[in-house]
Design a protein around this ligand. Structure first.
Ligand code: C2E
Ligand code: CA
Ligand code: CA
Length: 751
């Protein structure tokens, strides 16, 4: 034996390596001799029995008849060589058995050697090829030396065929396992998948573990997943695993970043850095045989590394899709998904609340975005601290937080109170108030987005009329919100068209009856001729921001009318235009005004802007600088609806104003002592502050006289004139001129 091995050495070493990597080959070479001639059996027994080839023993099986052979072939899967007597059975019968081997028993890799009667009796080439017959030998050629050479050649060829088949199967497995590993969403499941897939590639049960090293080398290695006898190590630090299992190979693989194979057992593959983590897998499998081609394992590893990297990318994508990095909380998408889950699971007694920071955008504008960001972070921490475990807190809008949890656990009143203590931002205490809209999750199934919308409706309502408080959503609110939404979309469509136009209401001096100004008022007449009241559509426009372009149009149109009146020589001293707080907040507002004036060749003093007391919500600095810039142009400022709003007197004192308008609600009921007192007080206040006072809503002569007696200098109202379209106004002005009258002329306009 030894001489043969020496003679065959280079190939044999190759083969030893190949053979060691065959999943399909068993631990021995099985050779089947089918021959009726006992001499042939004896020849093989004498020459080869008890010998080894390439480190594996040769084991012989003998059959004397075709029947015996068939029975054996039905049982044996791993036959390296079959030596078949084609003499006794006749070439035809011999070929029947070959057909049986290849097609019935399905042994494609076994090497077949035909034993013929004498040289030259081989079957034709076609048959040799069809049945993949390795060799044909006459009995005379079966000398011990030749037998060995015949068997070595056949075994080597068998081993190579098995290797090719094994690699093909491994590749198939790899492709399939890549697909299933990529689907794993969490890292632990991925790691378990790696063990299972690699074990099946190695043809062993899932006995192994995956370990990782954290971002820093100082972080200890830990076992990410473990299966089979290693299972108890899952989640443990590697030190424990090393102590109990002596996993030197694994540690070495991580250290050297290479794949390592144990002398007898164990495969440790270095998968690489996925998402900043080193990862390696160890599988307890015998290495001597049954291990696939190492190059294939390298490919498997490279593939895993790519998967791990892609997983990292996917995870980061997932993170950025569902997380808000600023406040370190889940975002709206995550929140909505959780609400969905809650509804679909049929969870009872849950509440969905939206908590909003009051006046955040103003704070952001005045204090800067960096401050705004810190404020949000501090608020997020405050809210998180005030909520019990098991309640979801998310950031669902710029300054809006979403809360989802059992109604018994979410104490909303207490939650709003958590902001009573000022937040410390950049070391400075900052006072905030919170407003909340909420909804109880319904029993019927409803999409998460719809429920968030309901809570938003409640929140918006609360922001309008219950600031700093809680408001629960109701069906009624939903209907109104839908109406508003429809109104808004109609208004959008109406902008720029003839449905929207201005009317003008004269303002007069109550003493001299002289015309002192006109107030421009917006009208919306629908196609069917019906009017939508400004009190209805203006708040909708304000809320949607539509008031900014709409207000620009109003300003430009009023200025154009003023120009036309000036050109006709009929203009009063000023044109008053209503400006909402939202417009004042627009950074381009002062520019818009100056542009409207210059476009129509007007002096600043020919324009008055009516602002309401609700400007008190604006930061003083912003408001003061806007008003100062306007007054620098000569534009006068009137405070509208005085007495109905927040009016803090000190606030009024600080603002650069020219006129106070007494709200018509006080003027209308002037006969009632309370209202009369208010009107009188406003008039006195105006005098004290050095401001002119104008009363609106004068509907009769006695009111006129009463207001005059109180010291109110100017007025407007149906008794003087209704708001009129431009052509009616021109008519009214012409009449007044013709009369030369100092009397007021009640005239029907488009009120
Ligand atoms: P406002 O600025 O207080 O306007 C005066 C309102 O009183 C007008 O209602 C006017 O038609 C009405 N009025 C005038 N005289 C009398 C009277 O003798 N008796 C009664 N009962 N009412 C009288 P209007 O036009 O319906 O406007 C309502 C509100 O809509 C306005 O109140 C103003 O706040 C807002 N608004 C109107 N046009 C505009 C606009 O162009 N821009 C902005 N931002 N708001 C506007
Ligand atoms: Ca007004
Ligand atoms: Ca008013």
């Amino acid at each position: 034996m030894s001489f043969v091995m020496r003679a065959l050495e280079p190939q044999a070493q190759d083969l030893a390596q190949t053979a060691a990597q065959l999943p399909a080959c068993g631990p021995e070479w099985r050779v089947l001799i089918v021959d009726s001639d006992p001499d042939v059996h004896a020849a093989f027994r004498l020459a080869l029995e008890g010998r080894s080839l390439f480190g594996r023993p040769l084991v012989f099986l003998y059959a004397r008849s075709a029947t015996q052979a068939r029975n054996l072939l039905r049982r044996e899967r791993d036959l390296a060589v079959i030596v078949l007597d084609a003499v006794t059975h006749g070439a035809g019968a011999g070929l029947d058995l070959v057909d049986f081997i290849r097609y019935t028993a399905g042994l494609r890799n076994s090497r077949i050697v035909l034993r013929t009667g004498r040289p030259g009796q081989e079957p034709d080439l076609d048959t040799l090829l069809r049945y993949d017959i390795n060799d044909c030998r006459a009995k005379t050629e079966l000398t011990p030396d030749r037998l060995l050479a015949i068997v070595v050649t056949a075994v080597r060829s068998y081993a190579q065929l098995c290797a090719i088949e094994g690699n093909r199967r491994s590749l198939e497995l790899m492709v399939r396992s890549s697909a299933s590993l990529l689907e794993e969403t969490n890292l632990h499941a991925f790691a378990r998948g790696v063990i299972t897939q690699l074990a099946s590639l190695l043809g062993v049960a899932g006995e192994g573990l995956v370990c990782t090293q954290g971002t820093h080398l100082t972080e200890p290695l830990r076992v990410l997943a473990a299966m089979g006898s290693f299972a108890p190590l899952a989640g443990q630090p590697m030190a424990a695993a090393l102590a109990s299992h002596g996993l030197r190979l694994l540690r070495q693989a991580l250290k050297t970043r290479r794949n390592l194979y144990g002398a007898q057992r164990g495969v440790a593959l270095y998968i690489g850095r996925g998402d900043e983590q080193d990862m390696a897998v160890f599988i307890d499998a015998p290495v001597s045989h049954g291990t696939p081609d190492r190059q294939l394992l390298e490919v498997f590893c490279a593939n895993l590394r790519t998967l791990l990297h892609n997983r990292g990318l996917l995870e980061r994508l997932h993170q950025s899709a569902y997380y808000d990095p600023l406040v370190n909380l889940p975002n709206r998408a995550h929140f909505v998904e959780k609400v969905d889950e809650c509804v679909w699971r049929g969870t009872h007694g849950h509440v969905l609340a939206l908590v909003d920071i009051d006046d955040f955008s103003a704070t952001n504008d005045v204090m800067g975005h960096r401050f705004g960001d810190r404020l949000l972070e501090a608020m997020a921490r405050r809210l998180a601290g005030a909520l019990p475990a098991g309640v979801l807190l998310a950031r669902v809008g710029t300054d809006t937080f979403g809360i989802l949890g059992p109604a018994t656990a979410v104490k909303l009143t207490q939650l709003l109170d958590c902001a009573r203590q000022p937040l410390t931002v950049d070391g400075v205490p900052h006072k905030v108030s919170l407003t909340c809209g909420y909804v109880h999750l319904p029993h019927r199934r409803q999409a998460g987005t719809d429920l968030v919308k309901d809570a938003t409706i409640a929140l918006q309502r609360a922001k309008r009329s219950h600031r700093g408080q809680l408001l629960e959503y109701s069906e009624q609110m939903g209907m109104e919100a839908r109406d508003r939404a429809m109104l808004l979309s109609d208004l959008r469509a109406a902008i720029g068209g003839p449905q929207l136009f201005l009317v003008y209401q004269p303002q007069v001096d109550l003493e001299s009856h002289a015309l002192v100004g006109l107030e421009a008022l917006l009208r919306w007449r629908r196609h069917d001729g019906s009017f939508v009241a400004p009190d209805r559509f203006i708040p909708v426009a304000e809320h949607s921001g539509l008031i900014v372009p709409l207000g620009q149009w109003v300003l430009a149109t009023a200025c154009r009318t003023m120009r036309e009146l000036l050109d006709a020589g009929k203009a009063p001293p000023r044109m008053a235009v209503n400006v909402s707080t939202v417009q004042l907040q627009d950074p381009g507002f002062v520019q818009t005004v100056s542009h409207a004036l210059s476009a129509h060749g007007l002096q600043g003093g020919q324009l008055e802007l009516e602002i309401t007391e609700s400007v008190a919500v604006l930061p003083t600095r912003l408001l003061q600088s806007a008003l100062a810039a306007l007054r620098a142009m000569g534009v006068t400022i009137a405070i509208d609806d005085f007495g109905t709003g927040y009016s803090s007197l000190s606030y009024l004192e600080r603002l650069p104003l020219d006129r106070i308008k007494i709200d018509r609600s006080f003027v209308r009921q002037l006969g009632e002592s309370q209202e009369a007192r208010i009107a009188e007080m406003v008039a006195q206040l105006g005098r004290k502050l050095g401001l002119r006072v104008l009363a609106e809503g004068i509907e009769d002569a006695s009111t006129w006289q009463a207001l005059r007696a109180m010291g109110c200098q100017e007025g407007q109202g149906y008794h003087i004139a209704r708001p009129m379209e431009q052509h009616a106004l021109q008519h009214w002005l012409a009449l007044r001129e013709a009369d030369g009258a100092m009397q007021a002329h009640p005239l029907q306009g488009t009120a």
